[in-house]
Design a protein around this ligand. Structure first.
Ligand code: HEM
Length: 333
């Protein structure tokens, strides 16, 4: 705003010697703005025990910002490294990266809700709408994977990826921890034995996704899971604790009664839950079916069983679904 005014004045002043009354007034208001700005800069740096003049001096030398310095396309576009010469591997890499960027956007919004002690209804609703829109984008775009690669090429480059899998996306797991209470992420078979007094370590060992790589009878873990844990387990345990009281479901339940029963908000919550845990899962499941057929997954899970929502029964906001809806979760999809 001030910047625009400055330019407008500067341009006209350059062309005309006489300053009209209107311009004089504009200029004065600009000058006042500038004084105000200088006062603020002064206060800001003094509060940091810094000399404001040094910072202003630095500003007079700093380069003007450009798109490429700010958005960093050169760095971003240098992050796609193929392991084979199959062109469709690029589609695979880039679409995964797009997913990771959107996961980051989702966590960014959730964390604003999590980090706020007293969340007002309007704030919660706005953030939830944003989060939901981002996940809608992930679901509706999954055909980029499902329809967008030649199976022949996929079957060639996939072998170079064993034993890695999208399963090892840490941000995906963080979105789960940030969205709901831990009990809703525990393998359905063990839920009755786990409660709030269970240690995080014990809960972690019974998360539903352990089923993709752990033989519960022997405790043995495959490479997919043990590699993932070596890299992220410590962070996951910290985050499980961090989101324990600050996840979306807990925050929603703390809202005033009239807000919690607001039809629009309830619909948005249910939509998010269904998008993440059924719509996206099924788009992913069908893509896996198309490429893998009866072949084994790179991560090595019993994926047809593991990934289907009717077995997985991952539901973020169980209190917003009827008994019937819960009983039939993932059926007929
Ligand atoms: C043709 C493309 C894809 C195929 C064939 C595929 C296949 C699979 C399979 C079989 C699994 C089960 C674990 C395993 O044994 O590997 C899995 C898990 C997973 N994949 Fe993919 N995937 C594809 C694309 C993607 C994309 C684009 C993402 C986005 C990041 C993704 C994220 C995940 C996640 C988060 C899991 C774990 C899901 C859960 O635990 O419920 N996948 N994928």
């Amino acid at each position: 705003m001030i910047y625009t005014k400055f330019h407008k004045n500067a341009g006209i002043l350059g062309k005309n010697d006489r300053i009209s009354g209107y311009l004089q007034h504009e200029l004065e208001s600009f000058m006042m703005d500038r004084e105000e700005i200088l006062k603020r800069i002064d206060a800001k740096y003094r509060a940091m025990d810094q000399n404001p003049d040094v910072h202003l001096e630095g500003l007079s030398w700093s380069n003007p910002i450009t798109y490429w310095d700010y958005i960093l396309p050169d760095a971003l576009l240098g992050l796609q490294v193929q392991r084979t010469d199959q062109p469709d591997e690029m589609v695979f890499i880039m679409y995964h990266q797009i997913n990771e960027l959107l996961f980051k956007m989702i966590l960014w919004e959730i964390d604003q809700v999590s980090n706020k002690a007293l969340v007002e209804a309007a704030f919660f609703t706005e953030k939830l709408r944003r989060i939901s829109r981002y996940f809608d984008m992930l679901s509706s775009s999954f055909s980029i994977m499902g329809d967008g690669m030649e199976r022949e090429q996929y079957m060639k480059f996939r072998n170079t990826l064993t034993p890695a899998s999208g399963f090892q996306s840490a941000q995906y797991r963080l979105i789960e921890f940030a969205s709901t209470e831990l009990i809703n992420l525990i393998d359905f078979r063990f839920r009755a034995k786990i409660d709030r007094n269970t240690s995080y370590e014990h809960a972690y060992e019974h998360l539903y996704w352990q089923a993709a790589g752990k033989d519960h009878a022997t405790g043995r873990k495959n490479a997919l899971l043990s590699n993932f844990e070596k890299r992220y387990k410590a962070e996951f345990l910290r985050k499980m604790e961090g989101y324990n009281q600050t996840n979306l479901w807990t925050k929603f339940q703390q809202l005033p009664e009239d807000v919690k029963s607001d039809a629009g908000l309830v619909a948005a919550m249910r939509h998010y839950d269904y998008t993440v845990n059924v719509t996206w899962v099924m788009a992913h499941y069908h893509a896996a079916g198309k490429y893998l057929g009866e072949a084994a997954a790179t991560g090595g899970s019993d994926w047809r069983k593991y990934m289907h929502p009717k077995y997985q029964r991952r539901i973020f906001f169980p209190g917003l679904w009827s008994a019937d809806e819960l009983a039939n979760w993932g059926e007929g999809v």
